[in-house]
Design a protein around this ligand. Sequence first.
Ligand SMILES: O=c1ccn([C@@H]2O[C@H](COP(=O)(O)O)[C@@H](O)[C@H]2O)c(=O)[nH]1
Length: 494
Amino acid sequence: MLAKNTDQIKELALKLFEINAFKFGDFKMKVGINSPVYFDLRVIVSYPDVMQTVSDLLVAHIKELQLNAKHVCGVPYTALPLATIVSVQQSTPMLVRRKEAKAYGTKKLIEGIYQAGDTCLIVEDVVTSGSSVLDTVRDLQSEGIVVTDAIVVVDREQGGAGNIAKHGVRMHSLFTLSFLLNTLHEAGRVEKATVDAVAKYIAAVQINSDGSFIGGGDKRNPSEANEFSRTKLSYESRANLAKSSIAKRLFNLMATKQTNLCLAADLTKSDEILAIADKCGPYICLLKTHVDIVEDFSESFVSNLQALATRHNFLIMEDRKFVDIGNTVSLQYSKGVYKISNWADLVTAHTLPGRSIVQGLKAALDGDDAVKERGVFLLAEMSSSGNLIDDKYKENSNKIATEGSNVDFVAGIVCQSANCFSFPGLLQLTPGIKIDESVDKLGQQYQSPENAVKERGADIGVVGRGILQATNVEQAAINYRDRLWAAYTDRIAK
Ligand SMILES: O=c1ccn([C@@H]2O[C@H](COP(=O)(O)O)[C@@H](O)[C@H]2O)c(=O)[nH]1
């Protein structure tokens, strides 16, 4: 890294974290190992300002290092747009490497005009073992092109630079993983413990270009290599990793109040809801409503509920399960009889309409400060038997939740299984909890608090009729609070 651009590079590092191009979690890497950190620079194409900064820095770096090759070539695919901008900015002709040779026509692997003996600079986004850079080097060399240097945005410091050097190619990076972590720490975005844990992982997991481990052994065991598995981290440390302000607030509230119980207040009279909120308020982190079942809804009902939320320190979630085009959802959230955005800290939404559902909800709020006060939980799974959700739907819901433009507003995911998502800054809300595991007559399936938290990854357990139908609702809330909380403390202690 060159000292001249340090401030700009630091700013870029913070921006990459902000747009979720860099994240903490438990990620499966190309080489088959789990990693606590992941770079997804594919997202930067959606941020022209970030593209501009990255390519400006690459060009400045190339000039300073005097890497005067005749061509530039991006490693497919993420680095292709970066290589294109570098090529245009420097007026250096580009070469394009195909991943597979064409089955027809020229059958070329390298597109562009070149001659044997020409030099070429490689552009890459992220280097782990260096194998992708080396694949590109090999194909260029097979055409007689000379490669002596590669410029990359991020060096994960896991052996890539050394592996590439063994093939006679010098690797230069805009920044390293350690630099990025220290920058995030200096800016107060991550704790020192996080920096140390990742440093430990990097030191332990050094990779050869064929995917084997430098020094031998098998580091694929996540408990040895990765301390960032979402279900192993405390709510306090996950608060630091959360990108949504309300998720941070909820994690901290749960940790200080020592409760991960959400009460589903599915009652039809406002007085009944207020009475149960008052009785159970001291034991819950969240109170969930279905406001459209309340027969005597009024503005005073919501203001009284908000007063109870302040008195007992819980948040309010309207389980509206929005599912429509962005414009309609925006109106449903903020207008009509209920004006949900005025009083519900959190809402729920299906991902069926696609990413526009999140944008629609955000559009109803008045600016960035209002967005910070609110959040959404996206439904990726349901507890009802025979529901139509499949693995692809789950995976795509997770993608929507972690996309850069959504991360400030998506606080969590409603789901039933621990493998639904890995980003530790999101909360898993799991409904369908009852001490006597059973089913109801209309398709609801229940599991015990212990199973929900320890086996299925629930961070917050939702209990409705298990409390509402108890003879002593306050005592029932205490029982569920105690069992859910004990299951969580057991989970992180193991
Ligand atoms: O998959 C889902 C999503 C939401 N819910 C809601 O949770 C409560 C559960 O109430 P119980 O009385 O404990 O069954 C209810 O408000 C549902 O709308 C869910 O059950 N499953």
